[in-house]
Design a protein around this ligand. Sequence first.
Ligand code: EPU
Length: 449
Amino acid sequence: MTNELKEKFVNPENDVLRVVGGKPLNGKIKVRGAKNFVSKAMVAALLAPGKSVLKNVPEIRDVHVVSDLLRLHGVNVDVDGPEGTVTIDASHVELANVADVDTLSGSSRIPILFSGPLLHRLGEAFIPALGGCNIGGRPIDFHLETLRKLGANVDKEHSDGIHITAPNGLKGAKIHLPYPSVGATEQTLLAAVLAEGKTELSGAAIEPEIMDLVSVLQKMGAIISVDVDRTFRIEGVKELKGYTHTSLTDRIEAASWASAALATHGDIFVKGATQPEMMTFLNVFRKIGGEFDVTDKGIRFWHPGGDLKPVAIETDVHPGFMTDWQQPLVVALTQAKGLSIVHETVYENRFGFTKPLVQMGATVQLYRECLGSLPCRFQQRNYKHSAVIFGPTPLTGRDIDVPDLRGGFSHLIAALAAEGPSTVRGISLIDRGYADFRGKLAALGADFE
Ligand code: EPU
């Protein structure tokens, strides 16, 4: 990361926001490409000895972490932040210095996806210790099992990271995921496209961001099909070429601003937001009493006045209600009249962020039981993964420490909806996934410094 970027993303002086809430957020903002797609498309570029161009890229920290890791492997990366274009020339790829790679330890979860492309290009890969939000154990057992099935040797003992080799190349295999993990699905796709022979991946995830990655890989020359039962079939090809692609919009960011409109009694036009990827969110938004209007340019979300209604929702893999939509929406649910229930079935520990909400005046009770009917891996386990929210409760500003990306944005929404001043600390975590959120808050008339 350049000094300028460090200043922007990790400077402690930029890390505190003082917010005076109680004012509706009104106005227009633009949301660019999806954080959970662009980072993976950048990794895909490593598969081809040529130039790839990715458009509609947001200026977020994850993009810079992936760029840095690519550069450490000799890849040329040019990030034009204001334009939103990343150009990657992977004509030359070399083994990175382990000590240099280690400097990126704990910065993101994306580095594990470098495994397949690096094995194809170099026969080995060193993956630094992973970071990402603290919302559950987040193991990588499915990733490593997939790589082993494709013929890789995985050595977890190497310092804090993982050393992976494939002296005889990767070979197609039959893989079944015990849970439709987004990352493990992407891992398999990125590793299998150049593996010798056919790979069958059943129990896969089919999030829109994954399907956009499949589009990128197809543009590069890959052969991938998907069956109705979530089984991907990949026919390995001998080589791939660079791509030009425009990212799909970040539906998590769009839903976050929509929730902010509801929580603050506001009216926000989210330029770039698209309906198909947000269908499930829009249904819930409507049931709560929010209004929206879909246009060619984006979606307008607003609070029409009157009482919001409570809902019962369960998070799930696509096409279910995304876990990443849950946190910002819970803030809006504190303002709905009655009892709402949220059953989190993707992460075992994604309700930690509700504690500060309760301190601000919300009524949120957490339960270990599954308060829903979806089959859930956390049943009979000791995780508080269901929440009951009773509202409406006025929120009062206070000091908050941001716990993770989505939880942090939710705290920001709560601070904007609350009466009185709040101090939100650790907001650089929010830069991981919300491009220029300070500029957007200013455009929406938020009172903050
Ligand atoms: N899991 C395992 N073993 C594995 C992989 C996953 O047990 O090897 C479990 C996880 O612990 C979790 C569940 O499977 O309970 C789902 O995890 P998944 O692999 O789908 O998540 P991910 O790929 O690590 C991505 C997004 C997350 C998003 C999830 C679910 C990226 C960089 N991250 O994570 O986004 O919540 O999919 O949609 O794409 C965020 O943006 O704030 C964020 C956390």
